[in-house]
Design a protein around this ligand. Sequence first.
Ligand code: 3PG
Length: 231
Amino acid sequence: MNDITGATPAPPGGAAVLEAIGRLRVVPVIVLDDVAAARQLASALVDGGLPVAEVTFRTASAARVLAELAGDGRLLVGAGTVLSAEQVDRAYDAGARFVVSPGFSRPVVERALELGLGVLPGVATATEIMAALEVEVSTVKFFPAQACGGVGAVRALAAPFPQVRFVPTGGITAASLPAYLAEPAVTAVGGSWMASPKLIAAGRYDEVTRLSAEAVAAGIASTTDAPAGGR
Ligand code: 3PG
């Protein structure tokens, strides 16, 4: 089977995973407690052309949901809301290929790098971006994106840090997605709108697929529209 990152031969660990996320352009953020729903969710995302999921460590069953999605074999699966090095280990053991945290934690980043995982620490300020750069991390989650100033804030933060790539997450919707994707400093966008707990609880996998496909189309359009030399 091909490596999910599409790279042959695969470049080492986390860098390849971040490249894959940059190609996918959108990362569904999953908050799911019902392990039994994981396989159907996997199919809904894959059917929408979005074979990636960030499973947040916010529910009691998160590690089992992550393991189930990773075990499905069709998705690039990571863990979100990772707050400690110990949770990085749990995510790794469950099959995560990347970890995402809401803020910048040096122990989280260091453990993730040790394990060869992709790591997206959260930042909302220039100071936090500098902390990430000090540990040689230059792809960061911008969180909470909408509440922290949205696209304008990404642009302003990107100006002094041309080497940094952002994954804005938090409060983003299908409607606001294209504007984020159009920013050259934005490698991908995260969000729960296409696989919200409400949709999953209602069994609306058709809608998960539709919204995922819509997000993929926005990603393709943004790449096609990008000026030469951008991104
Ligand atoms: C996250 O954990 O990254 C965010 O809570 C996702 O944000 P959203 O639910 O507003 O999309």
